[in-house]
Ligand binder design. Structure first.
Ligand code: 5GP
Ligand code: ZN
Length: 117
């Protein structure tokens, strides 16, 4: 409960329950919830509970958390009915088109037309 927190951050507010979300999974380290504006039939966000603004701000001590988060994605997507593949995306910084300044992994799956140009 001493994790870094930014009271003005929308994802910190989701982590603390101040803003509702369609939660899929929660551990002591991170939460997973459905994106409010999905780009794919199934689109969830994996979000560390600690406020880390961007991947530039991630520290060595976060490495295990990143690994555990990514390792949960396949089972999570299977539980959501995605069995034929999915994409994982981390947008970083202005040129990386990051809109919410609290790190997250987009996990997107479902039948393919949405997936690539
Ligand atoms: P970014 O562009 O930062 O990688 O992606 C931010 C994502 O967060 C977007 O896909 C956007 O739809 C999603 N998002 C923004 N605000 C909210 C919110 O209040 N609730 C949920 N569930 N998703 C949000
Ligand atoms: Zn935050």
């Amino acid at each position: 409960a001493t994790l870094k927190h930014d009271p003005s951050c929308i994802f910190c507010k989701i982590v603390s329950g101040q803003i509702p979300s369609r939660k899929v999974l929660e551990t002591d380290e991170f939460i997973v919830f459905h994106d409010i504006a999905p780009w794919a039939p199934v689109h969830v966000l994996m979000v560390p509970k600690e406020h880390i603004a961007t991947l530039y701000d991630s520290q060595d001590r976060h490495a295990g958390m990143w690994g555990r988060m990514l390792a949960l994605a396949p089972g999570l997507m299977r539980d959501l009915g995605v069995t034929n593949g999915f994409r994982t995306i981390v947008n970083t910084g202005p040129d990386g088109l990051q809109e919410v300044q609290h790190v997250h992994i987009h996990v997107m799956g479902g039948p393919r037309p949405w997936a690539k140009g």
